[in-house]
Design a binder for this molecule. Sequence first.
Ligand SMILES: [Zn+2]
Length: 252
Amino acid sequence: MIDMRTLYQHRDYPAALQNFNSSIPKKWSKFQGVHLAVTNHRCPICECTLKNGQLLTRPSSKSGKPPVQVEATVDHYRPQRYYPFLEFEDKNYILMCSECNNIYKGSEFPIFGTQVTRATTVAELIAEQPLIASPVNDNIFDLFKVVARRLTNGRKVLELTPKHTSGYLHEKALATIKLFGIGECEVNAHSNANVKTLRVNLLRSHFSMFENFINAYQNQDVPKMRSEITNKKLDSYGFLKIILANNVTNLT
Ligand SMILES: [Zn+2]
């Protein structure tokens, strides 16, 4: 996951907001560019690339249809289904890849606690404790650890796991991991086989990128860490910052 808490301070944000406000009807896609600049052109949730020319694809579920391309989209963090008053609220938008947005998240928005009453005004939002992490608003370093894990078939993946063992932050991290299939990827796999395969392969490619770095980090081999970061451009990943916050477990 990629920390996006600097989004509203980005130098391009005011212009994006102005373009959005002057578009008729208002187009939330106007924010896509500035969100992509903050995430180094990656999905902030699953960290797949969103660079043109490098987009991932998977087979379509419908026979005879062309492959599905994983593209940049703008998600309504609180979905329009439950929060119609936030449809044109820019602070409610988060960049996501089309898989995370449309296939995994959809209109889901679980809230922590029993007998939850959803907000019907902006003022009431403060009382809600969402169970989906927001890379724009949450301190993701207090929610997640990175874990290198071996699948039942022996292959290895890089995933997220909750940092806390109980309480709201634990439940929030757990619900986010389950919803997006970005941890315990065999247990939390999507029911569509092509969607599942794409996600597992992505988590495997993340492991390949970080395998040597994690070993160097755990051996405190600073020159090796530096060369891995430079050679593989690891600083374009949110995983790097989470690991450097001493949030990594190696279960391989
Ligand atoms: Zn994604």
